[in-house]
Design a protein around this ligand. Structure first.
Ligand SMILES: Nc1ncnc2c1ncn2[C@@H]1O[C@H](COP(=O)(O)OP(=O)(O)OP(=O)(O)O)[C@@H](O)[C@H]1O
Length: 233
């Protein structure tokens, strides 16, 4: 049986009051399973970022619940929520968010340093994660010396260094050419997905839709459909 990694229940977020009240996300419920890649797709302004922010403990919903394991996320204390963000969930941003003055290994070490691992040990462990993404030999370079696809892999290495159960990618291929984008997705499926990890990808890029196990379509803040696809592993 598939293990539920995350369950959203009747999630809503609105902005403004009275006449000006508009829903960014309206009454969305879904489950994401461990071991699957779930794509969230929909036009600009359909509520994808707002939904991601609520399920990752960044933006508090106006109503509804987010369950991860035994925890109702928005009932946690602020300390517990900070802990959740540090240990359970990883983010890979569209423009990678790498620090230009740090080496790639130091960039990857950041989540470990935030967990109070000492600097030398964290950078050493970071090299192991760079090896996983095939960039061991670039560990001491600044990120700007790397290609776009390589920078994306550094961002992935940094996200997995915290060993999150839920890994979220926001438009991972937006700044990559088609070939590099597909290679990144193949790599994510082969090396980053595992039976205990759920990967959620927000994208407009139809060139990578073939890598989805499940596809969730949003429009005007609403969930239109969630389809589990035949190629599910
Ligand atoms: N802080 C805010 N205040 C007011 N309205 C907001 C706020 N954040 C988002 N919205 C509105 O909520 C709706 C959904 O926005 P959201 O950013 O979630 O869409 P999106 O699907 O991620 O779009 P894109 O693909 O362009 O990033 C939009 O109409 C947006 O204007």
């Amino acid at each position: 049986m598939k293990k539920v990694a995350l369950r959203a229940s009747k999630l809503s977020k609105w902005f403004g009051e009275g006449e000006a009240k508009t829903f960014a996300v309206r009454d969305i419920s879904f489950e994401a399973y461990a071991g699957e890649i779930l794509f969230i797709v929909g036009p600009s302004g359909s509520g994808k970022t707002t939904l991601l922010s609520m399920i990752s403990g960044i933006l508090e919903p106006n109503s509804g619940e987010v369950w991860v394991g035994e925890s109702d996320l928005w009932k946690l204390t602020s300390n517990q929520l900070a802990n959740f963000r540090l240990n359970k969930i990883g983010f890979v941003f569209q423009d990678f968010h790498l620090f230009p003055r740090l080496t790639t290994a130091e960039n990857v070490a950041i989540p470990l340093i935030l967990r109070r691992v000492n600097w030398a040990e964290a950078v050493d462990t970071a090299r192991k994660y760079l090896d996983i993404v095939g960039l061991k030999n670039k560990a001491d370079l600044p990120p700007m010396k790397l290609s776009g696809g390589e920078q994306q892999r550094v961002a992935i290495a940094r996200a997995i260094a915290a060993q999150p159960d839920i890994l979220i990618f926001d438009e991972p291929t937006a700044s990559l050419d088609g070939d590099t984008g597909r290679k990144i997705l193949e790599f994510i499926r082969a090396e980053i997905l595992n039976p205990n990890r759920c990967i959620i990808i927000v994208t407009h890029d139809s060139r990578i839709f073939e890598y989805a196990d499940a596809m969730m379509k949003m429009e005007d803040g609403k969930l239109i459909e969630i389809e589990r696809l035949a190629n599910e592993k």
